[in-house]
Ligand binder design. Sequence first.
Ligand code: SF4
Ligand code: FES
Length: 376
Amino acid sequence: MSAARTPPEPRAAVGTPIGLLAELTHRCPLQCPYCSNPLALERAGAELATEVWLDVLEQGAKLGVLQLHLSGGEPTLRRDLEEIVARAAKVGLYSNLITAGVLLTRDRLERLASLGLDHVQVSIQDASAANADRIAHYGGGHARKLEVAGWVRALGLPLTINAPVHRQNIDNLPAIIDLAVSVGAQRLEVAHVQYYGWALQNRQALMPTRRQVLDSAKLVNEARERLKGIVVIDFVVPDYYARRPKPCMGGWGRGSINITPSGKALPCHAAETIPGLVFANVRDERLADIWLHSEAFQRFRGTQWMPEPCRSCELRAVDWGGCRCQALAFAGDAALTDPACAKSSLHEAFTQVAEHAAAQPAPKFAYRNPRAGAHH
Ligand code: SF4
Ligand code: FES
């Protein structure tokens, strides 16, 4: 008896990387327990020199990159941020500074704006200053962020407020939305924490209940209606209670490149958790070669690598099989279907883990430890 066969597909055409996320440094004054940096932080001495970053921006622009996200850690810790912003403007990249804000002065922000910075994204941890400072483990941080948000608007720059939500701040969502409106943000990103790296270490301390998640979705929908024309609200749902996974990174190797402080080019920020993947470094190879040919970018590109049930699923070129890092973190194999998908044999166990974690008392945070990277 012959098994039903899925017709073979041509190898996915390689598109253009629209976005380049430059993790300029892993250093950061904050210690959020859901930080997207890896557990083994890269040390300051391993960071790329200014000239390498400037060259990477030129290469990126030639390759078709449109948006440059300057991130970290805390990107304002780089003394050459001005040069980087100026070069981005020169080569025609739209630059977005993703910052905790607490180290910025008004003068520096003004300088960055005059050099061509296009957009600022300020992260907040809550609407309540005391809780926000507790989550970030940084006294007085929340008040500084609000001040910085005010400067951003006063300088005429577009502002996005980035609010990661979880069980320890989600009940303040109405106040978080009000805060974004009051500081004049054009965009608010309400992003449920995703569980890799530091957030996975803190899963029980962060995991909301299903009820909290449903309530947050309802609230966001109502606010979107009410605040039309005032603020755009993006909403990132938590995978653990979903039935279909997110198209992580818009598909592996389809539209974005992340570059770590030491120059490793990654298809996503958590790709280094996947054992066996080798990452090319922008110190040694041209960005175009890395994008087109490097093993890491090819590994999960397109649909050819997929196992069942993804392989014959009608959504395989919509969600691209979900998130490789989540498949690894939960199923132990990055090449399996994301367990957030209801078609995965692990989906039920996945949901149960979330429900169990959310039902337990929240343990103390394991804060992102700045010394963890000392050994690189
Ligand atoms: Fe997506 Fe795979 Fe689930 Fe289909 S089976 S919805 S492609 S994760
Ligand atoms: Fe790596 Fe989703 S975070 S693929």
